[in-house]
Design a protein around this ligand. Sequence first.
Ligand code: ATP
Ligand code: MG
Length: 560
Amino acid sequence: MNLTSDQIRSKFLQFFENKGHKVIPSASLVPENDPSVLFNTAGMQPLVPYLLGQKHPMGTRLADAQKCVRTGDIDEVGDNRHLTFFEMLGNWSLGDYFKPEAISWSFEFLTSKETGLGLDANRIYVTVFEGDLNAPRDNEARDVWKKYLPEGRIYFLPAKNNWWSAGENGPCGPDTEIFYDTNEIALGDMTHDEFVKADDEGRVIEIWNNVFMEYEKKDGKVVGKLAQHNVDTGMGLERITMVCQGVKTVFDTDLFNNPKTREERIIADHVKASLFMISDGVTPGNTGRGYVLRRLIRRASRFSKEPLFELVEKIQNIYKGVYDLNDNGIIKEEEEKFRLTLEKGLKEFEKGEDPFILFTTYGFPIELTLELAKEKGREIDLEDFNKKLKEHQELSRTSSAGMFKGGLANHSEKTIRLHTAHHLLLAGLQEIVSKDIKQKGSNITEERLRIDFICDHKLTDEEKKKVEDWVNDKIQKGLKVIRKEMPLVEAEKIGAQMEFGAKYPEVVSIYFVEDEDGNAISKEFCGGPHAENTKELGRFKIQKEEASSAGVRRIKAVLE
Ligand code: ATP
Ligand code: MG
C-alpha cells in the first residue's frame, strides 16, 4: 500500500517531533516582514531572523511544512518535477545539532521501514561541496554519508550546485543534496559525469537539500566561521510523494487530479497556485503579487477549454483538513473578465487582425485562431506567428524577469506610482512646453522620480506650474493605465514614446494612459509595472528643474 501525501507530511513531522523538534505551522505565502520578495520561495524564508540569531519561541529544533511559490520555475512547469506552488518539508537546527545528526536523520527518514518511508537505499545518490577558495571541501558531510552509501554514489560538485548564501553578507555554507532514481530499471552505479547528465535530464530527482550554515560572508568573501551553526533542510512534498507512490511525475500523485497533457498540467498547477495565493489574501491586479496572480489565472485560462473555477472544489478536497482554501469567487470573476477580452479578440479576428496581435493584445490562443480560420477558409501564416512569438517570449522573459524571479527587483507600491507619474510628466512636458521634448534618461527610487529630457531652454516658473497642473488634472480624472504588447514597427507607427538612443527588441510592451474618450494621452515603451488607474497617484509636485548636460534638462518630482 502506497503512502498518501497526507501520511507522508504527517510522518515527516512526527519523525522530527520524535527527534526533539517542535512542529510549527506554515507561514503565509506572503512574506510578513520582507519587502524584497513577493512570495515565500522556501521554508527558510520565514525563519531568516532565527537563522540570524534571534531566539525562536519554540526552541532550537523546529520542523514544518511550508507553502512555497516559485514563479521563477514557471517555464519548467509541465515537466516531471517542477511546480509554481509546492510544499517544502523542513527540519531546522538553530545552533543545535549539525551535519552528523542532520544527514543520519535524512537517511533514516527516507529508508527506515519502521520510522520512515522505507525507500530503497540503493536508489539514493548524494552530492556534497567540492571546495573552493572560500571554503574547503566538505569532507565532514562526505564522511557521514560514507556510513550509509558506497563512495561511488557520493559526488563532489562546485559552489554553483552545493553552496548556499543569501547574498554578499551574512551566513552561508555548503549543502548536500539527495537524489532518487525513479526509473523502473535502476540506473545503478554512475560516474560523476553520468550522474550530472541524469540530473539534468530529470532521470534522477532531487528530493531533499540539507544546508549547513557555518560560515560568514562579508562583501562576497568568506571571512570566518559563524558562532551559531544552523541546519536548514528542504524536501518538496510533491517530489517525495511522487517517489513513494512510484509514479513518473508530480502530477500523477494524489496531490493532483491526474492531468495528462502539458496544458492540463499547467492548468492544474496554476489554478492550485492561484487558489493558495488568494487564500493568503492576494487579489488580482496589475502590480506585484496581484500581477503574478493575474498572469497565472490568464495563462491557465488560455490553455483551458473548461471554466477554471470548476477545479477549485477538487483542489479544496485534496487539501481538506490541512489547508483551508477559499477563492471567494475571484477565479471565476477574473476568468470572466478575461473571456470578455477574448470576445473582443473574436471581433478583431472577424476584421482580419494579425493572429499575433490577437494573441498579445487579446490573449487569443493561436489554436483558436487556427480553428476559426479553418472554418472561414482563411489562411494563417503560422511561420510568421511562431517567429513573432519567439521574439515576444524573449521580451517577456526580460521585461518580467524581475517580477517572476521573485527577489530583489524594486516593485514597491511607491515606486510603481512614481513610475506612472513619470509617464504623465513626459506627456505633460510635450503638451505644455514643446512637442520636441524627448526623454533621455530616467531613474526612480522610493522617494522621487527623475527624468532627463532634451530641451533647448530652462523651464520658466510658469511652465513648471502648468505642467504640474496638467499632470494633477490627469491624476484627478482617474484615467486608466493599460498595457499592450505589439511588434516594434507597429509601436513606432502609432508614435509611442521611446527613450532617445535606446535599443528595443522586435516586440515591445507599451503603456497607454487613456482619457475618458479612449484617446491615448500617453503611450510609452515600457516594461512596467504601473498603477492601474491614475487616481492611485495622489498629488504630483515638481521639486527641482536644472541642467543635466548641454541641451538636456533634469526634473526631480515627488508624489505627496
Ligand atoms: P531543482 O534544481 O530541481 O529545481 P532546487 O535546487 O531549485 O531544485 P531547492 O532550492 O534546494 O531546489 O529546494 C529544496 C527542495 O524543494 C528540492 O529538493 C525539491 O524537492 C523542492 N523543490 C524545489 N523547487 C521545486 C519546484 N519548482 N517544484 C516542486 N518542488 C520543488
Ligand atoms: Mg530550482
